[in-house]
Design a protein around this ligand. Structure first.
Ligand code: TYD
Length: 208
């Protein structure tokens, strides 16, 4: 059995990510007493992440502040890895298996900041030396359906149909651009069906 595992769930806004993260957390937590789980997200609530959140709340045009945001997303990720993810994965006790579930990671930077107009290759090179997840799930869904799921709250900076179409197509290109273990998951289904697909993949890795 693997000693540690780093799982990422990513995708466009409204793809059902947060629900899937919760379901995965609950599933793994009850599956085995050996599992210690850190469920976390990016942007974080650290010093860089908080600045990002303020910018996303206050700005309206999806293309604006691309370079500034990129810089902050990378710094936030480095801090997240250094202070939370890596130490957690390292401290495996004799009979423990440490699992990190992260809601968004560098796949978001590549997909969102490319859609903002930055160069995809540069975005990849700025992230490629960072710790690779063992597996990454990209929840895929038509942006119009995703937008319907977020009608109950105020739309944020990136939540506009045309812009989301670009982001989606960037996410779909990732398996061809990166050597990471990426699974594109059809999320135009019930949450339970989506979760079943994810559970199967995670179980496969955990018994390796
Ligand atoms: P947040 O509200 O935390 O996203 P979610 O509600 O999906 O958890 O805000 C994060 C926003 O920032 C979201 O629209 C995705 C975007 N983002 C990037 O543009 N680049 C990145 O590297 C990350 C991590 C997020």
């Amino acid at each position: 059995m693997k000693k540690g595992m780093f799982i990422v769930v990513d995708g466009i806004d409204g793809s059902g990510k947060s629900e899937i993260v919760k379901m995965l957390h609950n599933y793994l937590f009850s599956k085995h007493k050996k599992y210690r789980i850190l469920t976390t997200r990016e942007p974080t609530h650290g010093k860089y992440g908080s600045r990002i959140r303020t910018m996303l709340r206050e700005e309206k045009a999806p293309e604006s502040s691309s370079k500034k945001l990129l810089d902050l997303f990378i710094k936030d990720r480095q801090e997240h890895l250094k202070t939370a993810i890596s130490p957690f994965l390292k401290n495996s006790g004799e009979n423990e298996v440490n699992i990190v579930i992260c809601d968004r990671y560098y796949y978001s930077t590549i997909a969102f900041q490319s859609a903002q107009g930055l160069n995809t290759k540069e975005l990849i090179s700025k992230n490629i030396s960072l710790r690779k997840p063992d597996i990454a799930f990209i929840l895929d869904l038509e942006p119009s359906a995703a937008l319907e799921r977020i009608t109950h709250r105020k739309k944020e900076k990136f939540e506009q149909l045309e812009f989301m179409k670009k982001i989606r197509s960037n996410f779909l290109k990732l398996p061809g651009l990166l050597k990471d273990n990426i699974k594109i998951i059809d999320s135009n289904r019930s949450l339970n069906e989506v979760f079943e697909s994810i559970k199967k993949e995670v179980d496969k890795i955990l018994v390796d």
